[in-house]
Design a binder for this molecule. Structure first.
Ligand SMILES: Cc1cc2nc3c(=O)[nH]c(=O)nc-3n(C[C@H](O)[C@H](O)[C@H](O)COP(=O)(O)OP(=O)(O)OC[C@H]3O[C@@H](n4cnc5c(N)ncnc54)[C@H](O)[C@@H]3O)c2cc1C
Length: 296
């Protein structure tokens, strides 16, 4: 199916793009990788009168900056570039661990990570990762610039708090503190599909290999990413003395996932429990045995 008609804008600077967004506001949409927007338009689920293509703004929106504290990406950093960046993988391993589950390589070559955040799909991996790490999005409009914490950014399924005239110019994924390990996995019907259920975990241990904190966030379970804090269940316990089955049960009893064509609510609860058991063990082991933990 073809998209409805629209006026195409190809600004040469971010300032020009912001002017177009301000002028057309509710009638305009930003076009980044087009991997979500174009199918949505082709299915007539959206019909913006104006598309503001940001793909020429490489000078201003393509930066990928990494240090020990975290990873900052411009709006034109494609999933594939971020996934392959070794410095980003060393600083915030969870980003790469999750990105390899986003769609297929061809889609990751074109789709942008900031675009995925702006799209705010509850079945997408990167909103969950941003929430779990406590990251933020930087938004700009003709009215100025603001930094939006992940906890405030996602307001509903396919809905962020971005104003109609705002461009998300960057996102920041902070590294967890101290001696940490992370893990991400998901269960799909076919490789590359959206997950029936996915999970990311961040475990922080102390010198005695006891838990300092343990957090988890799920994919395809909540309307907006929710961070579950399991710290109280494990604090002060050595990582190899934790009963991971108990953690799986803890998570299963605290979630209220939707049921749909792909998985019933009960099945999603079961998958969340299985992923919790496996990934909490994996993340803690990484805090002990890999460079993630050794950086502390
Ligand atoms: C077959 C298929 C399978 C997929 N599977 C997955 C999957 O498993 N997991 C997953 O997470 N994603 C999946 N995707 C989506 C893909 O990851 C997209 O790349 C991503 O969701 C959006 O990035 P984009 O750059 O293509 O954004 P676009 O499609 O260009 O835009 C998406 C939305 O975000 C807005 N937007 C984009 N950039 C900005 C910005 N800088 N500022 C303000 N608004 C902005 C647009 O206006 C639009 O509303 C899949 C896509 C396809 C086609």
């Amino acid at each position: 199916m073809k998209t409805p008609k629209f006026t195409y804008h190809a600004p040469r600077t971010v300032a020009e793009a912001l002017d177009v967004l301000a002028e057309h506001s509710t009638d305009a949409k930003v076009l980044a990788g087009g991997q979500s927007l174009v199918p949505v338009m082709a299915m007539r689920l959206a019909s913006p009168a104006h598309l503001v293509d940001i793909n020429r703004l490489t000078d201003e929106l393509s930066a990928l900056e990494v240090d020990d504290a975290g990873v900052r990406i411009g709006a034109l950093v494609r999933h594939a570039r971020l996934e392959r960046d070794e410095a980003a993988a060393a600083s915030v391993p969870l980003v790469g661990q999750a990105l390899r589950h986003v769609a297929h390589p061809t889609i990751r070559n074109r789709g942008t990570t900031v675009g995925s955040l702006a799209h705010a799909d509850p079945s997408a991996e990167m909103p969950t990762v941003l929430a779990l790490l406590g990251g933020h999005v930087v938004a700009r409009s003709v009215r100025g610039e603001r930094t939006i914490d992940a906890a405030d950014f996602f307001v509903g399924p396919m809905e962020s708090c971005l104003g109609y005239d705002e461009l998300a110019v960057a996102a920041y994924f902070p590294a967890p503190p101290g001696r940490f390990g992370t893990a991400f996995d998901e269960i799909c019907r076919r490789h590359g599909d959206y997950a029936m259920c996915g999970a990311g975990v961040v475990a922080v241990l102390d010198e005695a290999e006891q838990y300092v904190s343990l957090k988890l966030s799920l994919v395809s379970v909540n309307d907006v990413p929710e961070v579950l804090d399991l710290t109280e269940v494990v604090r002060g316990t050595a990582y190899d003395e934790v009963d991971h089955a108990v953690l799986g049960d803890w998570v299963r009893d605290r979630i209220d996932p939707p049921g749909d064509l792909h998985a019933s609510a009960d099945f999603r609860r079961h998958l969340a429990s299985v992923l919790t058991k496996r990934l909490t063990r994996e993340a803690a082991a990484r805090a002990i045995t890999t460079t993630e933990g050794a950086r502390a």
